[in-house]
Design a protein around this ligand. Structure first.
Ligand code: ADP
Ligand code: MG
Length: 169
């Protein structure tokens, strides 16, 4: 099942990231997909805020990975846009990162989905009709998300803009 919502500004996307971030805990992996400028990094900043990261979150496009301290969990922010070879991921300790006790968020995660755990939250951002509209699709997978689906729907409803769910086709 995936859940759909729409945001109308970068602030709304950041807020959406924060609301979803409030549900995240150690070991979670979030895969973010969508074209350049879709708002993946904006969403990541919201997640970081919810985890209590105080440092400014900057795009890890050139560093591949950045790690931040949150209140009770570390936040690992990965961007595989410029990745040439999977080996680079292994070199930065990717396997330990995604299987560890951090919250890990991967921009362009669809490009390496085979390397990501099945147990994860997929978030896809697409450009909408107006310049600042973004259609956001959220797909939880695995047992730990099965038990959090209601909570996910609740945070999406709360103060949220238009929202709906659709069963997987
Ligand atoms: P990505 O990481 O997907 O390449 P960024 O988050 O870096 O994208 O950039 C998104 C850009 O789009 C920012 O300049 C942001 O201000 C702008 N923007 C406009 N509307 C939105 C929206 N609804 N959600 C997210 N970003 C938006
Ligand atoms: Mg980005």
């Amino acid at each position: 099942m995936s859940m759909e919502t729409i945001t109308h500004s970068s602030e709304e996307t950041r807020w959406l990231g924060a609301r979803i971030g409030s549900l995240l805990r150690a070991g979670d992996v979030v895969s973010l997909s969508g074209d350049l400028g879709a708002g993946k990094t904006v969403f990541a900043k919201g997640v970081a805020t919810a985890l209590g990261v105080r440092d400014d979150v900057v795009s890890p496009t050139f560093t591949l990975v950045r790690e931040y301290s949150g209140v009770s969990v570390s936040f690992v922010h990965i961007d595989v846009y410029r990745l040439d070879r999977f080996q680079e991921l292994h070199d930065v300790g990717f396997d330990e990162l995604v299987s560890g006790s951090t919250v890990t968020l991967v921009e362009w995660g669809d490009r390496i989905s085979a390397l990501l755990p099945v147990e994860r939250l997929d978030v896809t951002l697409q450009f909408g009709e107006a310049d600042d509209d973004r259609m956001v699709s959220i797909t939880p997978a695995g047992n730990t998300w099965a038990v959090r689906c209601d909570a996910l729907a609740t945070v999406l409803h709360r103060d949220g803009p238009a929202f709906g769910t659709k069963a997987a086709q």
